[in-house]
Design a protein around this ligand. Sequence first.
Ligand SMILES: Nc1nc2c(ncn2[C@@H]2O[C@H](COP(=O)(O)OP(=O)(O)OP(=O)(O)O)[C@@H](O)[C@H]2O)c(=O)[nH]1
Ligand SMILES: [Mg+2]
Length: 327
Amino acid sequence: VNAPSIVDRSAPEGVQAWAAQVRDGDVRALARAITAIENQQPQAEALLEQLFPSTGKAFLIGVTGAPGTGKSTLVDRLAGAYRSMDRSVGIIAVDPTSPYTGGAVLGDRIRMQNHSGDAGVFIRSMATRGFLGGLARATADVALLLDAAGKQVVILETVGVGQDEVDIVRLADCTLVLMVPGLGDDVQSMKAGLMEVADIFVLNKAERDGADRLQQQIEAMLELAPGRRGWTTPVVRTTATEGAGVAQLIDTIEQFRMREELAADRRSRMVGHWKQRLRTLLGEHLIDRTVAKAGGEGALEALAGDVAERRVNPYTAVREIAARAGI
Ligand SMILES: Nc1nc2c(ncn2[C@@H]2O[C@H](COP(=O)(O)OP(=O)(O)OP(=O)(O)O)[C@@H](O)[C@H]2O)c(=O)[nH]1
Ligand SMILES: [Mg+2]
């Protein structure tokens, strides 16, 4: 498929100028950078290297939940509330392009138009279709980019369906899991993975029948679940379309943030986070280098053909590739 990437350092000046534009929050420079990340262009890595020292300031909020639970509507409200507190906001809406949510990108654009013309809000949808290097990694890089661009709050919207999505919300400093009454799939059938990542449950569409019952169910489930490091996961009710409950949600997020910032184990958790990301990056780096040294994509494909036809087993094939690369 794509050739192993060799970092292009032939235009460091161009990359430096680009990085300066990103730091200034230049929308076109940001858009170009996101495209470069999505397409795994070598300049993306060079750019992120330049920008990394300017990161680490943004607060990342993950918003997840089943399709149609009101994530985009709520994200729009949260963005508005943070803007009225004079904080700049970046939004990354990960479009799952799944059969459940055709047209999500267009929908998000329409629902988030409230902020068009506000330079303090940057919104970008990322498609998952045909992603080469893993969606979670690309999203992590885009979050770093928005952080470097000075966005104080970065909101990640993702449908909580697959493992990819769970990986994405793990990036967040605070994760909101949306539930709505009357979806038919009650708390019992909720994905265990999502349960674990919730820092705050948002009971959206709270004006609907069944809100009390759903809240009781969530609370009963939370009683069984061990507390996450002493934080009692709260349930906040919202009606995103009306903006009801949003102020209380922001208060709750801010309480969580304060608590995390003061936590004694903050540093060790950051180290754990970066250890995991370094492993992922190292894996990709080693695969690229190894495949290149072992004869490139063509050689890999030839071996894959041998395995498909049962002439070679995959374990021997892997050792063969490593041996050719001198590992
Ligand atoms: N009644 C009611 N409708 C809401 C509420 N919040 C959102 N909606 C509606 O629910 C529908 C889906 O809202 P979205 O914000 O697009 O939901 P989403 O979770 O982003 O959807 P996907 O991105 O497609 O998964 C829209 O018609 C919203 O207007 C709410 O609090 N009450
Ligand atoms: Mg949406």
